[in-house]
Design a binder for this molecule. Sequence first.
Ligand SMILES: Cc1cc2nc3c(=O)[nH]c(=O)nc-3n(C[C@H](O)[C@H](O)[C@H](O)COP(=O)(O)O)c2cc1C
Length: 128
Amino acid sequence: MPLLLKIAPDLSDKQFEDILMVVKQEELTGLVISNTTISRADLLSSRKKIEAIGAGGLSGPILFSKALERVQKARTILGQKAVIIGVGGIDSSEKREQMLRAGADLIQIYTSFIYHGPKIIQRLTTDL
Ligand SMILES: Cc1cc2nc3c(=O)[nH]c(=O)nc-3n(C[C@H](O)[C@H](O)[C@H](O)COP(=O)(O)O)c2cc1C
C-alpha cells in the first residue's frame, strides 16, 4: 500500500534527518513537503496584528523556500525511488519549475487556489 508522510516545516534539521532515515528504513513510498507552519518569523505584518490573529498554521509564500530546501535534501538522501510531493507557496510557473527541479515528482497547491481560483492552473502551466 502506498504510504506518504506529510511533514511540518517546523521540524528541526535533526528531526527532519531522522524522518528521512525512517522513510528509508521502513521503505515508505515518500514524503509530502510541507504542511503549514506555526512559526511567525519573517512576516511583514506588525507584531500587534500577528498577535491579534492568534495561533494556527500559516500557509502560502512564507513556506516556499523552506519547502524547496527540504525537497532538495529529501531527494538527495532518499534517491530516485521515493515519491516526493512539493507543496507550500507555489503560485507561479517559476516556483512550480523550481520545485520540480529540486526533486519533486508532483506539486500540490492550496493557498494559491484560494486566492486566484481556477485561473491559477493557467498561471502554473503558462510556459508549458
Ligand atoms: C485552511 C487550510 C486547511 C488545511 N487542511 C489540511 C488538512 O486537513 N490536511 C493536510 O494534510 N493539510 C492541510 N492543509 C495544508 C495544505 O495542504 C498545504 O500543505 C499547506 O497549506 C501549504 O501549501 P500552500 O502554501 O499551497 O497552501 C491545510 C491548509 C489550509 C490553509
